[in-house]
Design a protein around this ligand. Structure first.
Ligand code: 7TS
Length: 394
């Protein structure tokens, strides 16, 4: 598919990999049986489940006895964990507290706000100026009333990676359960639940080249979590609803491709991101990068262009065929500065000038060259008409 448009908004969603699309087709055509049915239509579909599941277990290094529940997205997974813990450990009075951070995705933030209305106490551990939550700060927030610690593995706006293994180890020393929202790390950095310190892990397929509408929730064996969707015995009773064979197959294959492509992500994709970022910082004055640069997902760059509005930049970039974003698409329409950037101590006026560029394995060096030129032209033009950039205060 040759196109002149350049897509650099892969943290919002990604293109479906051609191999993944092909693998889905039989289930959208002749292989439409319900995999829970006894007849041949059912058994034919069912026969494809174990390969998909093997791939999903492999993707996070999970042993067979653990559970991987295929669901609709990370929002569902995050809600399942938070609301499930509420029903199993908090509503009955055993515990009353959840620990999270102040830069989580709205699917955690708004679920916590909902639980606070039910009487749950929530501590939002602040990130430091580099965008990181430290294991010490998390440990200090945990009390003997804490039911759950829920932290993202990497932030969607800045790409900053939290020290999840160290945090999980600290949580394991306590009575609390540990959940990580791994939505922004699958296919970008190695992810493993092997050391058994992570109890729950969630992600969405469309962030790594599966289609939208399918994701997964990992649950460590021995941990009880009631389902969010009560229904049939699908997923071992952990999520009712007829299995979506096309989605499960797509998720399994996309996870496999992501795992096999990790080395490429950490070298070629990272090199493209670094070249893009370094050239912008060198050639455009008054620019800076948000978040700790040596602890970020290899595909993400969040850059402040002083004196110009993010929305105006996006509009111009879009006119020239370059797609990026001002932050989370989930917050589009909100006039407030990004709560993620202000949590890092970025002033609201500067946070309004931030653009998130997020690439994928499908971007090319030639696109990076063109994107750099487009960004340079855009910022030059907008600054030439910007009142704030031309007349600094004082
Ligand atoms: N968690 C994180 C860390 C995310 O980045 C997202 C989506 C979600 C959960 C929710 O995923 P969904 O598939 O359920 O929607 N993040 C973004 C973003 O940064 N821009 O658009 C969506």
């Amino acid at each position: 598919m040759k196109t002149d448009r350049i897509y650099m908004d892969n943290n919002a969603t990604t293109m479906v990999a051609p191999e993944v699309r092909e693998a889905m087709l039989p289930f959208l055509k002749e292989m439409y049986g319900n995999p829970s049915s006894i007849h041949r239509f059912g058994s034919e579909a069912r026969s494809h489940l174990s390969l998909a599941y093997d791939r999903l277990y492999e993707a996070v290094g999970a042993p067979d006895k653990d559970s991987v529940v295929v669901n609709s997205c990370a929002t569902e997974g995050n809600n399942t964990v938070l609301q499930g813990v509420y029903f199993s450990l908090i509503k009955n009075g055993a515990k009353d507290h959840i620990v999270t951070s102040n830069v989580e995705h709205p699917s955690i933030m708004n679920c916590c706000a909902f639980l606070e209305k039910q009487g749950v106490k929530v501590t939002y551990v602040p990130v430091n100026r580099e965008g990181i939550v430290t294991p010490e700060a998390v440990r200090e927030a945990i009390t003997d009333r804490t039911a759950l610690v829920s932290l993202m593995w990497a932030n969607n706006e800045t790409g900053v990676i939290f020290p999840i293994y160290e945090i999980a180890k600290k949580v394991r020393e306590t009575d609390a359960l540990f959940h990580t929202d791994a939505t922004q790390v699958i296919g970008k950095i190695p992810v493993s639940v092997k050391d058994k310190t992570i109890d729950f892990l969630t992600y969405s397929g469309h962030k790594f080249h599966a289609p939208k509408g399918v994701g997964a929730l990992y649950i460590r064996s021995g941990v009880n979590l009631p389902p969010l969707l009560h229904g049939g015995e699908q997923m071992g009773g952990l999520r009712g609803g007829t299995l979506d064979m096309a989605g499960i197959t797509a998720l399994g294959l996309a996870a496999e491709l992501a795992r096999k492509g990790l080395a490429d992500e950490l070298s070629r994709v990272k090199a493209m991101r670094d070249r893009f970022e370094e050239t912008i910082l060198r050639d455009i004055p008054d620019t800076l990068v948000n978040g700790r640069r040596d602890s970020r997902t290899p595909n993400t760059s969040n850059i402040i262009f002083k004196g110009v509005e993010g929305e105006a930049i996006l509009w111009d970039l879009n006119e020239m065929g370059l797609a990026a974003s001002t932050g989370s698409a989930c917050a589009t329409g909100s006039e407030k500065a990004s709560y993620v950037l202000t949590a890092l101590g970025v002033e609201p006026s500067l946070a309004h000038s931030a653009i998130r560029f997020s690439i994928s394995r499908y971007n090319t060096e030639e696109e990076i060259d063109r994107a750099i030129e487009i960004v340079k032209k855009t910022i030059k033009r907008l600054r030439s008409i910007s009142l704030t950039y031309n007349s600094p205060p004082g």
